[in-house]
Design a protein around this ligand. Structure first.
Ligand code: H79
Length: 439
């Protein structure tokens, strides 16, 4: 039924695993990268630092004590979790994954240790608890990112020194310290599962050589014993293949593949989620103005959905607690499109074919044709279906019926002369039974 998908990656979640149901239906989530790095926002010692903003401690080789000095400057007085969740919900996002601890080691929740926002004056409030509460009020699933590599924890040291300055990536584990660090992580994760009620554990920073797939398997099993409903990404172990994000052949831990900043060319017969940015950074950087268009973002959502994946679209909030205006503008445009066409995304699956004029999704007996390039001759061609077609119409105006004629191996739909939507117009085909291609 799905598109042919090359090799089948072995992720742990089986197709009939009901714990994955909400996640598979969601299709669209918000990633939030927020932490101390929002304070420097891409600048160190008065100089612009190249690369992604949340990596500034590594990119500028910042010593621990200098980086810690951002904590008392992090005072997001305008942070309002309710506003964030309303914005996400309006855009059609069904879940939010926020950095509970990025590679820099600073926690946005009340951790047992001292390096967290609750223990950092002047702000001193529990950012993640507020976001969890807002998510629960609005019916959005609260989920957390967690970095295994930790540039701040005393169990780890820099890969090497460069002119007396630390090179943080990848960290080295100090001999004899690993068990203590694993216990530290488990303490955090137990808190995130039990007190913060996180639905997805989104690991990252799994690539240092001291973290093995055996460690990942054990952590994965431990997490599912803690809460059998948890969903865990494939970066919990060491099975990820580079930035394409899929799991290698073999038996590796994790429920879904994690392509980063890319969309697979075809559908894949396993669960996956593409995480992507709106500009070129995850954590806020003042200088990064390279915003993708709303059209690009909407078509990415459709493309990913048509291939059976989820789209995790990132926001990097500013140090004052607000989303960058360019991000808000784009989420509003996505929300406008979703308010008319969301039915063609939520709860839909990979489609039967991938045409050159756009993308296709399906739900039960309905096919949703997303037309990116509206044909100038008013005729839209699709491969012939073997089932009886009950009705063809426009999702934006369901009362209009469109004509469909079979022509050998293809079917042709007569379209109105102008596209109802500049970005993607959705045509629905209701069939008797599950749609299938005739050959
Ligand atoms: O949190 C965001 C980034 O900070 C983080 N992941 C997203 C979600 C990120 N980490 N690294 N990168 C982005 C780029 C680094 C990639 C590499 Fe590798 C790490 C190259 C070598 C080690 C990934 C793992 C690719 C190969 C192995």
């Amino acid at each position: 039924v799905l598109l042919a998908g090359g090799s089948i990656p072995s992720t742990a979640a089986s197709p009939d695993d009901s714990r994955m149901d909400w996640w598979r239906d969601a299709r669209f989530g918000m990633f939030i990268h927020w932490g101390l790095y929002a304070v420097p926002a891409g600048k160190y010692d008065g100089k612009e630092v190249k690369g992604i903003g949340e990596w500034i401690m590594s990119r500028a080789n910042i010593p621990r004590d200098r980086y810690e000095a951002y904590a008392p400057q992090f005072d997001p007085q305008q942070y309002d979790a309710d506003t964030w969740v309303r914005i996400a919900k309006y855009a059609g996002m069904k879940y939010i994954v926020i950095t509970s601890k990025h590679h820099d080691g600073f926690c946005l929740f009340d951790s047992a240790g001292q390096y967290d926002v609750v223990d950092a004056p002047p702000y001193g409030k529990d950012i993640l608890a507020d976001l969890r509460d807002a998510c629960e009020r609005h019916g959005v699933k609260f989920c957390t990112y967690y970095s295994i590599m930790d540039w701040h924890h005393p169990s780890q040291k820099p890969a090497k020194m460069n002119n007396g300055r630390p090179v943080w990536n990848p960290t080295q584990m100090i001999d004899g310290q690993k068990q203590q660090y694993v216990d530290y992580m488990k303490g955090h994760l137990k808190t995130l599962v039990e007190d913060y009620r996180t639905h997805v554990l989104w690991f990252d920073g799994e690539w240092p050589s001291w973290w093995t797939d055996q460690d990942g398997q054990e952590l994965y099993q431990w997490l599912l014993e803690l809460n059998p409903e948890s969903i865990v990404n494939n970066r919990v172990g060491a099975g990820r293949k580079g930035m394409s994000g899929f799991t290698q052949e073999g038996s590796f831990a994790g429920d879904f593949g994690t392509p980063e900043q890319e969309i697979p060319a075809t559908g894949v017969d396993s669960d996956w989620e593409s995480c992507m940015t709106m500009n070129d950074t995850w954590g806020f950087k003042t200088s990064d103005k390279n915003w993708k268009s709303s059209q690009r973002l909407i078509q990415n959502l459709i493309d990913i959905t048509s291939k059976g994946g989820n789209y995790l679209l990132n926001i990097g909030p500013k140090a004052d607690g607000t989303f960058p205006q360019a991000s808000v503008d784009r989420l509003r445009a996505i929300g406008q499109w979703m308010s008319v066409n969301g039915e063609s995304i939520h709860g839909t699956q990979a489609a039967l074919f991938r045409p050159d004029w756009g993308r296709v999704t399906r739900k039960d007996g309905t096919l949703y044709l997303h037309v990116f390039d509206w044909p100038s001759n008013g005729k839209l061609t699709i491969p012939a279906l073997s089932n009886e077609v009950r009705r063809v119409s426009l999702l934006a105006s369901p009362e209009t019926t469109l004509n469909l004629n079979r022509d050998g191996e293809t079917m042709v739909i007569d379209l109105p002369s102008t596209a109802p939507d500049d970005i993607a117009s959705v045509i629905t085909i209701d069939t008797k039974g599950e749609p299938a291609l005739s050959k």
